[in-house]
Design a protein. Structure first.
Length: 97
């Protein structure tokens, strides 16, 4: 089982760069209202994306921890199944003798 989320940091970096590009366009825009709207909608956007990055990292770590637990459980199950087979063979051998 792989981690529940992919590494999204490269995608987030691309979004941050696009936001920076939009902000660079402001001087070329003719309408102050449009500039105001862009600023309103993009204000704090980078911070929110970085929060998302942190959340994704935590989720990924959680998923990797679950994956480790699963592997440990699978190993225990295999050991118990092997022990069951041994005990069944012992019972069968005792019944035959």
């Amino acid at each position: 089982m792989s981690a529940p989320v992919k590494h999204t940091c490269p995608d987030i970096d691309k979004l941050i760069e696009k936001v920076r590009e939009v902000l660079k366009l402001k001087p070329d825009l003719s309408s102050e209202e449009i500039i105001s709207e862009i600023n309103y909608h993009l204000w704090g956007f980078e911070d929110k994306l970085n929060e998302l990055r942190y959340s994704n990292d935590e989720l990924r770590k959680w998923g990797e921890g679950l994956e480790d637990e699963l592997k440990e459980s699978e190993a225990k199950i295999e050991a118990l199944e092997a022990r069951i087979e041994e005990l069944e063979e012992m019972i069968t051998a005792n019944l035959i003798n």
